[in-house]
Design a protein around this ligand. Structure first.
Ligand SMILES: Cc1ncc(C[n+]2csc(CCOP(=O)(O)OP(=O)(O)O)c2C)c(N)n1
Ligand SMILES: [Mg+2]
Length: 358
């Protein structure tokens, strides 16, 4: 499968209010962010993506052993998006996403032990063992959840952008949602307000080609999701979501647009999930060959590994050392999540209501 080009931007606002999607699609990018990530950044990206991959593989195993209850949606295959976009964030910028959230939490810097312990329902978990896979939150890490209702995070994230605008704090809200969520009505109500009020929001559509068992071609009349803002005059760009450097480059341009008062921007990340929708997905809607083809030719971690080796930035020993370090972190997190105590029954009555300070 051919690797799509890094970013195909649209500039519907620049092309005039009534510029249609087709015209916008062909517009060229004016933003250039020069410096490609350096050796240190690329090695950091590699380490973070590998941490997410190994964490998710281990979570899958713990689920299989019956240690994780409820839903569990793995992020394997999509790692370059959370990691590349996180590198664009400045302190105070918020991240909000749906239920496929573990990778975003790790990229945001949340402790792997507290995330894994939440999956196993332990008191030391990020939500004291009461939230599980889909409901973690960490304002210290600027992470605003973890949401189980498809598309809900788009309205909430637009609200984060409104708060930034109101407080004039220079922050941007990064709002992630899937190709299936892109067909939700509240997404478009949010788009309208965000553009009308020039809110600092970057909408990141993680187009992994499927919504549960439904392929995008079967559910969407417009499958180029970066054009979905055209009728609101929101510019968008298609990005190779399997290439962490391309994600970062497009993310920088989008964040600059939003931060400078020009309003929202849509990034459509073309990606793929290797595992089922959730742990209970029999996977009858696609072939094994299709998955193998992406794994073999477009894997984001393999791609970066080749790049690091070609550039002479890492030899086998360096990569092995990173692998060993990551495996150690994940093993410790899993052991902690298996042995840490569950919440007391009295915890049922805490964190239900909160008193407002004002
Ligand atoms: C409002 C609402 N409708 C339906 C569901 C059931 N549901 C959960 S995930 C999902 C598919 C969403 O797919 P997509 O947005 O592509 O995200 P992905 O799972 O691929 O990351 C659906 C329909 C839900 N959780 N919330
Ligand atoms: Mg999807």
């Amino acid at each position: 499968m051919a690797r799509p080009s890094a970013a195909k931007p649209t500039t519907s606002r620049g092309a005039g209010k009534d510029a249609g999607a087709a015209k916008a699609k062909d517009a060229k990018s004016t933003a250039s962010h020069g410096a490609a990530p350096d050796k240190g950044q690329l090695l950091d990206f590699y380490r973070s993506m590998l941490l997410i991959r190994r964490f998710e593989e281990r979570a899958g195993q713990l689920y299989g052993m019956g240690l994780i209850g409820g839903f569990c949606h793995l992020y394997i295959g999509q790692e370059a998006i959370a990691v590349g976009m996180q590198s664009v964030k400045t302190p105070g910028d918020q991240v909000i996403t749906g239920y496929r959230d573990h990778g975003h939490m790790l990229a945001a810097g949340m402790d792997p032990k507290s995330v894994m312990a939440e999956l196993t329902g332990r008191f030391a978990g990020a939500s004291k063992g009461k939230g599980g896979s889909m409901h973690m939150f960490s304002t210290e890490s600027d992470f605003y959840g973890g949401h189980g209702i498809v598309g809900a995070q788009v309205s909430l994230g637009t609200g984060l952008g409104l708060a930034n605008h109101y407080r004039d704090n220079g922050n941007v809200a990064f709002v992630y949602f899937g190709d299936g969520a892109a067909n939700q009505g509240q997404v478009y109500e949010s788009f309208n307000m965000a553009e009308l009020w020039r809110l600092p929001v970057v909408y990141v559509v993680e187009n992994n080609q499927y919504a549960m068992g439904t392929a995008i071609e079967r559910s969407s009349s417009e499958t180029h999701l970066y054009r979905r803002g055209a009728s609101f005059n929101i510019p968008g760009a298609e990005v190779d979501g399997m290439d962490v450097a391309a994600v970062r480059e497009a993310g920088l341009a989008a964040a600059e647009h939003a931060r400078s008062g020009k309003g929202p921007f849509i990034l459509e990340m073309k990606t793929y999930r290797y595992r089922g929708h959730s742990m209970s997905d029999p996977g009858k809607y696609r072939t094994r060959e299709e998955i193998d083809e992406v794994r073999k030719n477009r894997d984001p971690i393999d791609h970066l590994q080749e790049k690091l080796e070609e550039a002479g930035f890492a030899d086998e020993a360096t990569l092995k050392a990173i692998d060993a370090e990551v495996k150690g972190i994940v093993a410790d997190a899993a052991e902690f999540a298996r042995t840490a105590p569950e919440p007391e029954a009295s915890e049922l009555y805490t964190d239900v209501y909160t008193e407002s300070a004002a």
